[in-house]
Design a protein around this ligand. Structure first.
Ligand code: ATP
Length: 378
């Protein structure tokens, strides 16, 4: 298969105490620290306005860095012109030239750089092969589908063989089906190019499926930088716990009480007593008598008819407000502990809307958060 020779061997990006204060005084990014290794696929994810695009634009050189250092391969880049940073950016609106063919759109940047014609031709054809655009090279953007335009935008970045690819929500203009297709294409592309990619999205599915590591941001502050697995299984705080995962983690207030030398978790609303597993007793000891937040993911709540060997303390009764069948799984919504909870169960469940149901909470999988700091206790 086609591949583009990587002339640049290393592509490491480091952000050290990077801050952005906009001219109006708004602090969009606060003390951002990240060391990106060569060939990593890094995702910036977080709700609208959290500072993802601002951070990416600072790496691109499209936005001035207020303080801190940006290093690419050990060289400080803060004051280097965007065109001299050896990066290529793919935007959500593709920004293709409508009057140019696919070929010329991909060749344009190299022509500007006065790259010899035969070399341009070789690079464009290689990129077209990688992106399956060979049959479309003479078409104009208006005669392409959204996904094909997206591939051309990628192609334009690929031909430049940059040290680092920056992508700002590149799939946000595509319909749901195409998004999934292109997501897989981008994953393949990353594997094939062996390139360092920084990718911005507010879509946590995209983040979880594409990223080798994910930076979760909120209000200009990095909340956690970790692998998808660790973000999901070991969220650093309540924000990450509820941001990653869909449907989101169920969160309720519980009070930790001593009962016969063991801590139990009592829901603040309803006084339901839940078991705290052995391996969490020690970490929660200093919280005895205190209120904490408890989290449990929808898939860790079972239809009790199918759950064997669960602690009877952790079986609860609830009436089902809503039943949602999604084909391979069922979401059940019910009230418990003062909050609306979601259980994600097997579609062979006989539970339906309006019924009284019994659920088993898998307390081995529960998460506990400090009420004030919202940091994970265990
Ligand atoms: P989205 O997902 O909506 O694109 P984002 O996380 O990419 O959001 P940014 O575009 O980085 O967010 O913006 C971060 C914050 O900085 C926002 O609150 C935004 O309103 C603010 N901001 C962006 N550009 C400017 C500017 N030129 N002047 C002042 N504030 C700005």
């Amino acid at each position: 298969s086609a591949h583009i020779e990587k002339e640049n061997t290393m592509s490491e990006v480091t952000l050290k105490n990077v801050c952005k204060v906009y001219p109006n005084g708004f602090q969009a990014v606060k003390d951002f620290n990240l060391e990106i290794q060569d060939k990593e696929f890094i995702i910036f994810v977080g709700p609208s306005g959290c500072g993802k695009s601002t951070t990416l634009r600072m790496v691109a050189g499209l936005e001035e860095i207020s303080s801190g250092d940006l290093m690419i391969d050990g060289k400080r880049m803060n004051d280097v012109e965007p065109k001299d940073r050896d990066i290529a950016m793919v935007f959500q609106n593709y920004a293709l030239y409508p009057h140019m063919t696919v070929y010329d759109n991909m060749a344009f940047g190299l022509k500007l750089r006065k790259v010899p014609k035969d070399e341009i031709d070789k690079k464009v054809r290689e990129a077209a092969k990688i992106l399956d655009l060979e049959a479309l090279l003479e078409r104009k953007p208006a005669a392409l589908s959204g996904g094909q335009r997206q591939r051309v935008a990628m192609g334009r970045a690929i031909v430049r063989n940059p040290k680092v690819f920056l992508m700002d929500e590149p799939l946000s203009n595509l319909d749901a089906k195409l998004r999934v297709q292109m997501r897989i294409e981008i994953a393949k592309l990353h594997a094939r190019l062996g390139a360092t990619i920084i990718y911005v999205t507010h879509d946590q599915t995209e983040a979880m499926t594409l990223g080798t590591r994910i930076v979760v941001m909120s209000a200009g502050v990095v909340q956690q930088t970790d692998t998808p697995e660790n973000l999901y299984n070991h969220p650093a705080n309540l924000f990450v716990a509820t941001f990653i995962g869909s449907p989101q983690m169920n969160i309720m207030d519980v009070k930790l009480e001593d009962k016969d030398g063991k801590l139990v978790a009592k829901t603040v609303v309803g006084d339901h007593e839940l078991t705290i597993p052995e391996n969490k007793q020690a970490q929660l000891k200093s919280y005895a008598g205190k209120q904490v937040k408890m989290g449990i993911r929808p898939e860790d709540i079972y239809d009790a008819n199918y759950a064997e060997g669960v602690n009877q303390n952790d079986v609860i009764k609830a009436s089902i407000r809503v039943y949602e069948l999604l084909g391979a799984e069922v979401f059940l919504y019910f009230d418990f502990g003062g909050v609306q909870m979601t259980a994600r169960v097997n579609p062979n469940t006989s539970i339906r809307q309006g019924q009284e149901a019994t659920f088993a909470l898998d307390m081995e999988k529960a998460h506990f958060f400090d009420l004030e700091t919202e940091k994970t206790i265990c």
